[in-house]
Design a protein around this ligand. Structure first.
Ligand code: CMP
Length: 217
């Protein structure tokens, strides 16, 4: 049993009242990041995606399966605002836990408090690990271009490449264009137009990664 499900079951055990159940059909938004939150939810059936928008890009933080609790953070935060968006990936069922319910659970059972802390700590640990894994954007761009050239693909559509790279590295298209400009200045690629007047990137250095590493990019 996961830590999250332990916590959810803990809550079921201490609750004496009737639960308010809610169905969330596939694609339903249960709540949006930035909205005010007055309840947490225990997922009993289905699948919920927890995501946020970082620098204009959607980032999935977690995919929850039964039994998991979510939407608890806003109940602890002073501003009461949702830190992420919850969307049903499948037809789902949740138990609504109001702020009053949660406070009552916590008053009645120190185990509930302990398990909520455990859930928050475990999410923080996962999130910190993910954050530390964010690659150097510059080197990441070079590695991807290097892969294309290794596969013999020396011309790439400019707009599509910039969009894919900015989505991949959760950064702005402008930032990616700066890196491309830097590589162009080093003579490793050129930006031009094809016969249909579509902007393209021409990779000029087959071993781009090696060249960049030698230049201590
Ligand atoms: N990094 C994360 N990993 C897993 N779940 C999260 C993460 N950030 C937020 N959540 C959950 O998503 C919910 C969004 O609404 P809340 O801020 O009320 O409570 C939040 C947590 O339950």
């Amino acid at each position: 049993m996961t830590i999250v499900s332990q916590q959810a079951l803990q809550m079921k055990q201490v609750s004496r009242g009737n639960y308010l159940m809610r169905n969330a059909l596939k694609h339903n938004v249960i709540f949006n990041e930035g909205s005010k939150g007055d309840a947490a939810y225990i997922l009993t059936e289905g699948k919920i995606e927890i995501s946020g928008v970082i620098e204009g890009h959607k980032k999935v933080f977690a995919i929850l399966t039964p039994i998991s609790i979510f939407g608890e953070m806003a109940l602890f935060l002073d501003d009461g605002v949702r830190t992420a968006t919850a969307i049903a990936l499948e037809d789902s069922k949740v138990i609504v836990v109001t702020k009053d319910d949660l406070e009552e659970f916590m008053r009645e059972s120190p185990k509930v408090i302990a398990s909520i802390i455990t859930v928050l700590v475990s999410r923080l640990k996962t999130t910190t690990r993910k954050a530390l894994k964010v690659p150097s954007i510059g080197l990441g761009v070079v590695r991807i271009l290097d892969l294309f050239s290794t596969c013999g693909k020396m011309e790439l559509k400019y707009d599509a490449t910039v969009k894919t790279l900015s989505d991949t590295f959760l950064t702005t298209p402008e930032k990616i264009e700066q890196y491309l400009l830097g590589l162009a200045d080093q003579g490793l690629l050129a930006v031009g137009r094809d016969q249909n007047d579509i902007r393209i990137i021409r990779i000029r250095e087959r071993d781009m990664l090696n060249a960049v590493m030698q230049n201590k990019f």
